[in-house]
Design a binder for this molecule. Structure first.
Ligand code: PEP
Ligand code: MG
Length: 853
């Protein structure tokens, strides 16, 4: 038996028919639900996906069966696609299949000449263009008239327009089945996540005619606003119009009473009242805000279709929360319905999707949100613009630590080089600044202060817009949508937290970051990168003095100047976090990052240190390394120049005492970066213990702390068992771990990443989405080995992946206790972690049920 002979190849959609989504598609299922609700849905049939596949492959349905369908449907039908998922789209609807000269003559009698002509013409046009694939120009103009269109058809095909309704239907079905298999349609739906061989069902439905006497027309209605999600009746009603067919007297009516013109509510109050009633009922029964398509035929209402209301991110959140509050869906389902990434649209300004865009180049969308400002090419120019009260976009080849002040002054950052974890990207995400990196299509001339992009030259001071959500660089100012941190957003995340199996912390280096973290309900700070505190203009001189000190005694003196500053930094963080855990990472970067890189800077430094310029140059050269990311940084610095960590430990303990006086008791977490051997941990731990003992003696206050180790070298992951014996917690620094596992520079990868991803070498940028196979395996091995030696150890991830939904899902299953990410990514992380937790709970419940049965 072939798929077409199967008795269920074409089934009538009745309340009890066996309509399943995988077999007949979502639209068939949705129509069945509307039928079950008792709504006036015209007689409808569902054609199975297997049958559609057979038709696409060249098989022909039995003409007698098709004729029977059309006859039962009163002679005229529409055909609509019904994919398994509405997002996958499908070929366009074809209306009025079955119309021929005889039917036209009948329609002239019942509906009048104009209506009959318009309906027939509409079908001839669709059939000619989409089924017979004739030149659209000859048919698309309504002025050709019915007779002209029929003549054009005959001229082009040398045959009469098909008069047999069953043949018309067979050909429409074939053309829709084939269109679904075409390469463009396939690519489009695959981009929306459809599998290669996604099934397509088709719906054949009796036509409800929207052209004819009395109040007649077609329309759609929805009860929630697509942009805001607020309750609001929107839609349209087009009198005397159906699809492309229009008859004389065609006019668009408002749905509700409106001073600007006539409305359906006034023209047909009962129809309008029914529509509202059906909309409310559909929301409850289909558990979704629906857009209902309808036809009014001489004041008789038919519901022909319903789809989910299309919605912006903010509307999606509001709608899901309202459905849960009204008891229509459980809160768990509201949490599952929102795409985590969509939340970041609510936190930032967005370029209005409906506004025009003057695109000049694209780069990596490193930090979401959008901002417009004048181009500046240096941090100093950014600060000057800020001082003048002007908004600016900092455009750099790449940013360096000295640019931080300029980044704070700018409204957005654009770099020619760099990847997802380059300096600009990490800082921008941390402070919620829109940022695009690795924009290799732009070319900057810092001397001339110009930027070439998309073949156009831009000068300093000209306006551009950075869309960090999409990675698009736009010329001029773009229309923006405001952030929407409303009450629905907070409610959704509160529900999410209730389901979440892990905690979400924030990476925060400054009091401002910490406040943002709290605003988004982060459950602590998982990473404070202390080096960022030293780039401040006030502190840099002391830092440089410390670096230039030859003897430990001199170094100690400079560190003593830094101590009170660090102490107040930490005390501020502890106070803001009010008893929540705060993880402070000891100094990590190579020292030379704090030294000037150009001659002018060195001259200034020589002056301030009162040293000959040659001394300064020599020292800077001596500190330079061939490969600083693999050189003297992290714990290596802590072991060879231990005074720095001593100072930081003391500042932490003293700040703990200070903050505990004013509020909740604080137990600081101190974390050692870039460890690769257990002995490194022992050495640093001994010194920190000694500092703790000294502070205890001096203050007569009890100070305790939790020691953590960053696992960011492959060796540390493999030796996590040994290391765990000395640590209260391990935190995977997946940025460095990715860099070192791949042997791939996180600052340079942006140059070739798109070529690598484009050619399928990497499925995704591994600095963006955790590589499950390699880096992920190290995370899994490290976690398992650490827990086998120290079962109670806390494990976390604090690299940028901690804010990426797919990576969070992986880490959750690998058994981490928390992830930590940039403050502005905390909401996305809370939702993503909650969704994965819900999936895991469902899996647990399923396996428990299987065990019982
Ligand atoms: C990491 O390497 O993942 C990390 C968190 O540290 P940083 O990005 O500061 O090197
Ligand atoms: Mg690191």
């Amino acid at each position: 038996m072939t798929a077409l002979n199967d008795p269920d190849a074409i089934v009538e959609i009745t309340p009890s028919a066996g309509i399943q989504v995988p077999r007949y598609g979502w639209r068939a299922k949705c129509l069945q639900r509307l039928v079950r609700m008792g709504l006036p849905v015209p007689l409808s049939f569902a054609i199975s996906a297997d049958a559609v596949r057979a038709i696409a492959a060249g098989q022909t349905p039995d003409p007698r069966q098709l004729a029977a369908v059309i006859e039962r449907a009163d002679g005229l039908v529409s055909i609509r696609p019904s994919a398994a998922n509405p997002a996958w789209g499908g070929p366009g609807t074809v209306l009025n299949v079955g119309i021929n000269d005889a039917c036209h003559a009948r329609l002239v009698e019942t509906r009048g000449q104009a209506a009959a002509d318009a309906l027939y013409l509409g079908f001839v046009q669709s059939f000619a263009i989409h089924v017979a694939r004739l030149d659209a120009e000859a048919f698309s103009d309504n002025e050709v008239g019915l007779a002209g269109a029929l003549r054009a058809y005959e001229d082009e095909t040398d045959e009469e327009f098909p008069q047999d309704p069953a043949r018309q239907l067979a050909e429409v079905l074939r053309s829709m089945a084939r269109a679904w298999d075409g390469p463009t349609a396939r690519l489009l739906r695959q981009a929306k996540g459809a599998p290669t061989h996604a099934p397509l069902g088709l719906i054949v439905q009796t036509m409800a005619l929207a052209i004819g006497p009395g109040v007649t027309g077609s329309g759609s209605i929805q009860l929630a606003d697509s942009s805001t999600g607020m309750p609001r009746i929107t839609g349209r009603f087009r009198g005397q119009s159906q699809g492309r067919a229009k008859a004389e007297g065609a006019e668009t009516l408002y749905l509700t009473r409106d001073p600007r013109g006539p409305s359906l509510e006034e023209a047909a109050p009962e129809v309008f009242a029914d529509l509202i009633r059906y909309g409310v009922a559909a929301r409850e029964r289909l558990r979704e805000e629906m857009l209902v398509e309808f036809v009014v035929s001489d004041s008789k209402l038919s519901i022909i279709d319903a789809v989910r209301v299309p919605r912006s991110s903010r509307a999606a959140v509001r709608i899901a929360v309202a459905l849960a509050r009204d008891g229509i869906i459980p809160t768990e389902e509201a949490v599952m319905r929102i795409e985590p990434r969509a939340l970041s649209d609510l936190l930032h300004y967005q370029v209005d999707p409906d506004a025009p865009r003057d695109l000049i180049a694209k780069g990596i969308n490193a930090s979401p949100g959008a901002a417009t400002g004048q181009i500046v090419f240096s941090a100093a120019a950014a600060q000057a613009a800020e001082a003048r009260g002007e908004r600016c976009v900092l455009v750099r080849r790449e940013t360096v630590p000295e640019d931080i002040r300029g980044m704070h002054a700018a409204t957005a950052v654009l770099t020619e080089r760099g990847g997802m974890t380059s300096h600009a990207a990490v800082i921008a995400r941390g402070i919620g600044l829109p940022c695009i990196v690795g924009a290799s299509g732009i070319s900057i001339d810092t001397r001339a202060r110009t930027m070439l992009a998309g073949g156009r030259m831009f000068h300093e001071g000209e306006q551009i817009t950075i869309d960090g959500t999409t990675g698009e660089i736009l010329a001029g100012e773009a229309a923006m949508l405001e952030p929407a941190l409303d009450e629905s957003f907070t409610q959704l995340l509160d529900w999410a937290d209730a389901h979440c199996r892990i905690r979400i912390r924030a990476n925060a280096d400054t009091p401002e970051d910490a406040r943002t973290a709290r605003m988004f309900n982060a459950q602590g700070i998982g990473l404070c990168r202390t080096e960022h505190m030293f780039f401040d203009d006030q502190r840099l001189p002391a830092m440089r003095e410390m670096i230039f000190a030859d003897k430990p005694g001199d170094r100690r003196l400079s560190l003593e100047r830094l101590l009170p500053m660090q102490r107040s930094d930490f005390a501020a963080l502890f106070e803001i976090m009010a008893g929540l855990p705060v993880t402070i990472r000891l100094f990590d970067p190579p020292l030379h990052e704090f030294l000037p890189h150009d001659r002018e800077g060195m001259r200034e430094l020589a002056e301030s240190l009162d040293l000959p310029l040659s001394d300064v140059t020599r020292r800077v050269e001596a500190l330079s390394e061939f490969n600083p990311m693999l050189g003297m940084r992290g714990v290596r610095l802590g072991i060879t120049v231990p005074e720095i960590y001593d100072m930081q430990a003391r500042a932490i303990f003293e700040a703990t005492i200070q903050a505990s006086k004013n509020g909740e008791a604080v137990v600081p977490e101190i974390m050692i970066p870039l460890v690769s051997a257990r002995r490194e941990v022992e050495l640093v731990k001994n010194r920190i213990d000694a500092v703790a003992a000294a502070v205890r003696n001096e203050t007569r206050k009890d100070v305790t702390y939790r020691l953590g180790v960053m696992v960011e070298t492959p060796r540390a992951a493999l030796r996590a068992g040994d290391i765990a014996e000395h640590a209260a917690f391990l935190s995977f620094g997946t940025n460095d771990l990715t860099q070192m596992t791949y042997g791939l520079s996180r600052d340079d990868a942006g140059r070739f990443m798109s070529a690598y991803v484009g050619q399928g070498v990497y499925g995704e940028d591994p600095f963006h989405i955790l590589d499950r196979e390699g880096v992920g395996e190290l995370v899994a091995i490290g976690t398992e080995r650490a827990r086998s030696r120290a079962p109670g150890i806390t494990i976390s991830v604090c690299g940028e992946h901690g804010g990426n939904p797919e990576s969070i899902a992986f880490c959750l299953r690998a058994g981490v206790n928390y992830v930590s990410c940039s403050p502005f990514r905390v909401p996305v992380a809370r939702l993503a972690a909650a969704q994965e937790s819900i999936l895991m709970s469902r899996e647990d419940a399923e396996s428990a049920a299987n065990r019982e049965s």
